[in-house]
Design a protein around this ligand. Structure first.
Ligand code: C2O
Ligand code: CU
Length: 541
């Protein structure tokens, strides 16, 4: 049954409690209604932004394991070490930007793993703040999932010195309540069994209340899983398999990242200044850490693993000029890996944390063409992302096969028996007179369990919204069933871990809770919303 938007907004008001003023910030003036915009407020750079398409696209370095165990038994694992520390980068020409990065880099180094082979990452925290590292898209035991209050303290801070701050708007969290928190002194090992198919994952900070500013300063990197099924396909490979981390940032006059934190030291008071509570939008678009780069390509196919690592910004990616067939993007994969068959898109709308794995065929363009990757949801500096220069001819060695992957498990989802449906409304709320973001009217409490799905069970989860909320579940991948009672969008295809729920929408997803028992979060991946409490727990029992 379709729920009309008007009716839903009424429901939303009841569920959300307070303040449902809808505004969509910087992009509100764009035509086409709210589904075509971004929820957030633009923060303007004080620095002069460079001309676009002057620097070439960098590739994040691939991290080498410090050790690989190659016993014949099941304890096979690759061991990595990552130090989270302050680094410097020249992002704007002639200026130095302080980054907080994995190995001091932004983006962090790429980890490449084989499906089914364990990866163990020893994380060392040399930053001045606590951190928690989450592998987004990973099927990970709860103890290694980067739970927001499972913190690695700075090397020289003890747990007594660290007091979990009370969050504004949460009367249930007094300053001295450490229930549900755990602390590691200086370092922690994260164990990733990676019993999952090939996919483009990413790792990023997940510290309670401070994920937004800590990711913004640079704590994000790719983690790519490969498997036999995918390796056997004739898709573009090696230097034609290109990860693209897209995010927006704003810069102070001295080149520093600027962010409207209530407490810029990120020690005590969480959240952003009230004006930015819908989300922080930067005016510079970075790809792999540099503003509006260019990339030289031959007139052949390339595979791009596109990740939107922005705190709040949505993009609608398009190529200009468009290729002769009018279908420039051939999508081969989504959040959870390969699709069953490729899908062509004219544009790709990507919300925070979503991944689109696409092939672009540059043989559609004469050598010498400059092809711009545009953002149709942006304006001015945010209307473009990067540019491809088709500079040479080359023999084509790849194809996109008509069948990509066995999706029988995906197709079987939802085919048998009655199942539990749970409903979650993602709206503003004011539990303590202070406006924050909530799920079913409640703000995040690390020790409250909102749902207890049984291990191996299949459930339908229904998400409803006031404004845009990209909803993300840890541990599991799901299939989008419907939007407002209608068919899902072409962009919803394949295994997803994040769904771009539009304003006033009801989205149903179906999912099997398997892998591990334990407590995991689900939340809005607009990082300002997440930090301002739009998060909840489920426990697989
Ligand atoms: Cu990408 Cu809970 O996070
Ligand atoms: Cu949200």
């Amino acid at each position: 049954m379709a729920i009309t938007r008007k009716k839903f907004l009424k429901l939303g008001l009841v569920a959300g409690g307070a303040g449902l003023a809808l505004s969509s910030g910087a992009s509100a003036s764009l035509p086409g209604g709210m589904g075509n915009a971004t929820t957030g407020k633009l923060l303007r750079s004080a620095a002069r932004l460079p001309k676009p398409f002057r620097v070439s696209l960098p590739m994040p370095p691939v991290l080498e394991p410090v050790r690989s165990d190659d016993d014949a038994d099941h304890s096979d694992a690759d061991h990595y070490e990552i130090t989270q520390k302050v680094g410097k980068a020249e992002i704007l020409p002639g200026l130095q930007t302080e980054v907080w990065g994995y190995e001091g880099c932004f983006p962090g180094p790429t980890i490449e793993s084989r499906s089914g082979r364990a990866t163990i990452v020893h994380n060392i925290n040399e930053l001045p703040v606590p951190v928690s590292t989450h592998l987004h898209g990973g099927r990970t035991p709860a103890s290694s999932d980067g739970f927001p209050t499972d913190l690695i303290l700075p090397r020289h801070q003890s747990s007594e010195e660290h007091s979990p701050h009370a969050h504004h708007g949460n009367p249930d969290r007094p300053l001295d309540n450490k229930a549900g928190w755990s602390f590691h002194q200086g370092s922690k090992d994260y164990l990733y069994p990676l019993e999952q198919r090939a996919a483009t994952l990413w790792y990023h900070d997940h510290r309670m209340d401070f994920t937004g500013p800590q990711v913004y300063r640079g704590l994000a990197g790719f983690h790519i899983i490969r498997d036999e099924e995918e390796n056997a396909l004739p898709l573009p490979k090696d230097e034609k398999d290109v990860p693209l981390m897209i995010c927006d940032r704003s810069f102070g006059e001295d080149g520093s990242f600027i962010y409207p934190a209530r407490d810029p030291s990120l020690q005590r008071k969480p959240g952003v200044k009230e004006h930015y509570m819908e989300g922080v939008l930067g005016d510079a678009i970075l790809v792999n850490g540099v503003p509006w780069p260019f990339m030289e390509v031959s007139n052949t196919r390339y595979r791009f693993r596109i990740l939107n690592a922005s705190n709040a910004r949505r993009y609608r990616l398009a190529l200009e000029p468009e290729s002769s067939d009018g279908a420039p993007f051939v999508q081969v994969g989504s959040d959870g890996g390969l699709l069953g068959a490729p899908i062509t898109h004219r544009t790709i709308t990507i919300a925070p944390a979503e991944r689109f794995d696409v092939v672009i065929d540059f043989s559609r363009y004469p050598v010498g063409t400059k092809v711009t990757l545009k953002n149709r949801l942006g304006d001015g500096t945010t209307s473009r992302v990067m540019r491809f220069h088709v500079v040479r001819k080359e023999k084509e060695e790849s194809t996109v096969p008509k069948r990509l992957s066995d999706m029988s498990a995906f197709e079987a989802l939802g085919k048998s028996g009655p199942r539990l449906t749970r409903k979650f409304s993602f709206t503003r709320a004011a539990p303590n007179g202070q406006v924050v973001w909530a799920i079913n009217g409640k703000v995040f409490d690390p020790s409250r369990i909102n749902a207890r799905p049984k291990l191996g069970s299949t459930e339908i989860w229904e998400f409803s919204t006031d404004v845009h909320h990209p909803v993300h579940l840890h541990l599991v991948h799901f299939k989008v069933l419907s939007r407002n009672g209608r068919r899902p969008l072409p962009k919803d295809a394949g295994w997803k871990d994040t769904v771009d729920v539009l304003p006033g929408q009801v989205v149903r997803v179906i999912c099997r809770f398997d892998g591990y028992r334990g407590k995991y979060v689900f939340h809005c991946h607009n990082l300002e919303h997440e930090d301002m409490m739009m998060m909840a727990n489920f426990e697989v029992v």
